[in-house]
Design a protein around this ligand. Structure first.
Ligand code: ZN
Length: 458
């Protein structure tokens, strides 16, 4: 039917012409929407069976309370962390991944009744590109557990969902991803002391800040184990992703004040990271939604992303869509036929695997892509109805150029994009007063960075 074909081509041309130059596709642009073969492979290798085996092994240590026994080989947090470390060493053998304990002595506090050694298990996969290997992405789950009384370190605390689910997901990601090469460095972390006040994460994040580590993003996985709510509803088609806006600090930094003064409260580095996770996660895990929530966390709850946030890093939290509080932080018991406790039979291992795939696709995409553009500015030295953005050049040798993204001021996610080539300044026929913009860096394979918000520049 040549007629139909002709009219369709004509129609496409008319639409492109009507949309104007800012919306026209650039032929030289790398395809940022195509699937990277490496990422598809990683996603396909994530195994619900192995994740279930990790969870059940973690549960087998009885309790993983931070103050529990550290000398037994079969019970307590000491045995658990030695097993996590040996398992990561086993699956990382012959790869560049290095596994180490990261520890400190906690002298005691509100939830630590005696001096206790806090130990994170950290598997690092160093980046292979000289210009990018200092840039790190951290993914975590916490391996400690608790029952009703947060100070009870002797009773069984299976913590199958909270947070063997996150720990198992991180272990599975590390084992699958260790065989691959990324430009930037990936850090897979099993964290201790979450239930006692985010202690292990706080230790790592403060060390990072003190040493000036370039953590470009942190993904916390905590309670990603179940697709069932307490009222019996099942939803295995989405995960919640909590992303902070303006931090609730007593004093606002100058940079934050500038961000807020231009309406950029939804364009913090954590919300840019969340947009990127949604885009990459949904691209690689078909039929699964990343439900971005513009909040730091749920009411009454906190997580290991918080110390990273308070140290100035972009950090977000994954959590299942419907929590069942009978299966969190509970003494194991049955009351009137109702089973309380965080037991492995209440997990959905296919669901955990989906969340792990979203994490893995995101981490791979971030670590293959260039860094976010730096010193991005919007020219505001004169009144005009279009937009000129400027930025500093990236240093990666495989850089293809930059992509400008935009959205209406009330829209949560990017609506338009234009590749502008390997330049450090570009203008668009769109009003800077009416849209939010971001600049992304793109490499020759089409790997794209999260966006950087432009600060006003006179
Ligand atoms: Zn937790």
């Amino acid at each position: 039917m040549p007629h139909a074909r002709l009219s369709r081509t004509l129609l496409a041309g008319l639409i492109a012409a009507a949309a104007g130059s800012a919306f026209a596709a650039d032929a030289k642009a790398p395809d940022v929407t195509r699937h990277q073969a490496d990422i598809d492979k990683i996603v396909s290798e994530i195994s619900p069976k192995r994740i279930e085996a990790y969870v059940r092994k973690l549960v087998s240590f009885g309790t993983r309370h931070t103050m529990s026994d550290t000398t037994s080989d079969t019970r307590g947090i000491g045995a658990a962390r030695r097993w996590i470390k040996s398992e990561l060493e086993r699956c990382g053998a012959g790869t560049r991944m290095q596994v180490a304990f990261d520890s400190y002595m906690d002298q005691g506090g509100p939830r630590i009744s005696r001096p206790t050694e806090l130990v994170n298990v950290v598997a690092t996969l160093p980046g292979v590109q000289a210009e990018s290997k200092e840039r790190m992405y951290v993914v975590s789950g916490h391996y400690d557990s608790r029952v009703t009384d947060v100070m009870n370190f002797t009773d069984d605390a299976p913590g199958a969902n909270d947070d063997a689910s996150g720990t198992a997901a991180v272990m599975e990601m590390a084992c699958v991803m260790a065989k691959h090469n990324f430009d930037a460095t990936l850090v897979f972390m099993a964290v201790a002391g979450e239930e006692q006040g985010l202690l292990g994460a706080n230790h790592y994040a403060s060390e990072a800040k003190k040493n000036g580590w370039n953590i470009a993003g942190m993904l916390d996985n905590d309670i990603i184990g179940s697709s069932h709510a307490d009222d019996g509803r099942k939803d295995d088609t989405q995960v919640r992703l909590f992303a902070q806006g303006v931090p609730p600090a007593k004093e606002m930094s100058d940079a934050m004040r500038t961000l807020v003064s231009t309406g950029g409260e939804n364009d913090t580095i954590s919300r840019q990271l969340a947009r990127h996770i949604k885009e990459q996660g949904e691209r690689y895990v078909k039929g699964f939604k990343v439900n971005v929530i513009y909040r730091t966390d749920r009411y009454l709850r906190g997580g290991d992303h918080s110390p990273f946030l308070s140290n100035g890093y972009a950090a977000v939290r994954f959590t299942e869509p419907n929590e069942n509080f009978d299966h969190q932080h509970q003494d194991l018991r049955t009351v009137n036929g109702k089973v309380y406790g965080d037991l492995p039979e209440f997990n959905d291992y296919n669901y955990i695997a989906k969340v792990a795939k979203v994490n893995a696709a995101t981490l791979a995409s971030l670590a293959l892509a260039p860094a976010v553009p730096q010193k991005v500015g919007a020219r505001t030295d004169k009144l005009e109805n279009d937009t000129t953005l400027v930025w500093e050049p990236n240093k990666e040798p495989d850089l293809a150029g930059y992509r400008i993204v935009w959205r209406e001021t009330t829209a949560p996610f990017w609506q338009g994009a234009k590749f502008v080539g390997n330049v450090t300044e570009a203008s668009l026929k769109l009003s800077k007063d009416n849209y939010f913009f971001g600049v992304q860096a793109v490499d020759k394979d089409g790997n794209v960075s999260p966006a950087t918000y432009p600060m006003p520049k006179r």
